[in-house]
Design a binder for this molecule. Structure first.
Ligand code: SF4
Length: 63
């Protein structure tokens, strides 16, 4: 799996980082950046949860 954050949509709220801190990290913008590409199998559930929780639907995945 790969995951992406749309920098034009991300609000920098940090929810994704809270749910999946190994995969998402807030940059200085603050916009979330993806740390692991591809996403390790053990993090996929967290990424899906973060995608569902993102208030801006800024997170997408590619299987
Ligand atoms: S949850 Fe969504 S809006 Fe919030 S920091 Fe992550 S990608 Fe950005």
């Amino acid at each position: 799996m790969r995951t992406f954050v749309d920098p034009d949509t991300c609000l920098g709220c940090g929810i994704c980082e809270t749910i999946a801190p190994n995969v998402f990290k807030l940059g200085s913008d603050p916009v979330a950046v993806v740390l692991l590409d591809p996403v390790p199998a053990g993090e996929e559930a967290n990424v899906r949860e973060a995608m569902d929780a993102c208030p801006e639907q800024a997170i997408s995945i590619e299987e």
